[in-house]
Design a protein around this ligand. Structure first.
Ligand code: BDR
Ligand code: CA
Length: 311
């Protein structure tokens, strides 16, 4: 089978970085057409720079990196340095990138690719949805060029940045609403799923055993990442959110899910950015997304370890 064309929209971010490594290593399955970056975990100048550092370390400077929106549509910017460090990739030493940032804006790249695609393109969204929402507002026809959107964001019931909302959708709830209401084939990889995929000492040791530059950076990053969440939720390790999106594209049988009706709260101060999920869609609230429910963590870490060893 031909590799599926993919654009990754992200805000690296430690778990974004691991997701990028996984995708960039999977050349037989994924044809990564470009990486678009957005303000999120850290400001845009850092997310685009971090994406280029990852691409460089992975030896994939053939994959262009674009900078997109520097702020959310309406809300003030929110960042997560307390999780990812002030650089966004604290804990590891990464090389300076040699490939320049693309001159084209990420939104223009998305519109260009999606309106000219001969094969519809899959979108993996790992950060706030500002770039995709702006592209949909500017050019609704891009929907025809989208095969599917697999989004890390939201939750069936949990929150992380607030008790009611997950970071990516809280950071730009209006963008999330535009995307959810666009009638796309949408899969939500929410917190209940990513909290099943945690970096235990044994899994970290398997990654460390790769002992290559990429393996060492991935291990260093993960060693410093996510203890806050592990403590708060009583998990055996830190949740590996964004790589679940790529793992799902590579091996969907590692996950289960169900049709859901998904809506985004954009008004209530207490519930801003909440994914309001009806797991029992009906005539009034028909299914408009797939909500993933379970993830086979051992299989996902095995896939990750095998693929990262190829870089
Ligand atoms: C999401 O928020 C970010 O901090 C992570 O990179 C991930 O995309 C988890 O809520
Ligand atoms: Ca992210």
């Amino acid at each position: 089978m031909a590799a599926q064309p993919l654009i990754i929209d992200c805000d690296p971010g430690v778990d974004d970085a691991i997701a990028l490594f996984l995708a960039l290593a999977s050349t037989e399955d994924l044809d990564v057409l470009g990486i678009t970056t957005v303000a999120g975990n850290v400001p845009l100048p850092l997310t685009q720079y971090n994406a280029r550092r990852i691409v460089h370390l992975a030896g994939r400077t053939d994959v262009p990196v674009f900078a997109g929106c520097p702020r959310p549509m309406l809300c003030p910017p929110v960042t997560a340095e307390h999780v990812h460090g002030t650089t966004g990739l604290d804990g590891a030493i990464l090389p300076e990138p040699t490939a320049p940032l693309q001159a084209q804006h990420a939104v223009a790249f998305l519109i260009n690719q999606l309106t000219q695609a001969s094969t519809p393109i899959t979108l993996a969204t790992l950060g706030p949805l500002t770039n995709l929402a702006v592209a949909l507002v500017q050019c609704p026809d891009i929907a025809q060029g989208i095969n599917r959107v697999v989004m890390m964001g939201g939750a069936m019931g949990l929150g992380n940045v607030t008790p009611s909302a997950e970071f990516n959708l809280y950071a730009d709830p209006h963008a999330a609403r535009v995307v959810v209401e666009a009638g796309l084939d949408l899969t939500m990889v929410g917190l209940e799923v990513t909290h099943q995929v945690v970096t235990t000492p044994e899994r970290l040791a398997a990654l460390a055993a790769i002992d290559t530059p990429v393996g060492r950076v991935a291990t260093d990053l993960l060693r410093h990442y996510g203890q806050l969440d592990a403590d708060r939720y009583g998990l055996a390790g830190s949740p590996l959110h964004d790589p679940c999106v790529i793992a799902y594209l590579l091996q969907p049988d590692l996950f289960t899910g169900r049709p859901i009706h998904l809506a985004i709260e954009t008004d209530s101060p207490l519930c801003l950015g909440r994914t309001v999920v009806n797991p029992y869609p009906n005539a009034d609230q028909p299914a408009n997304a797939t909500g993933l429910e379970t993830a086979a963590a051992d299989g996902i870490y095995q896939l990750l370890t095998e693929r990262l060893a190829k870089l």
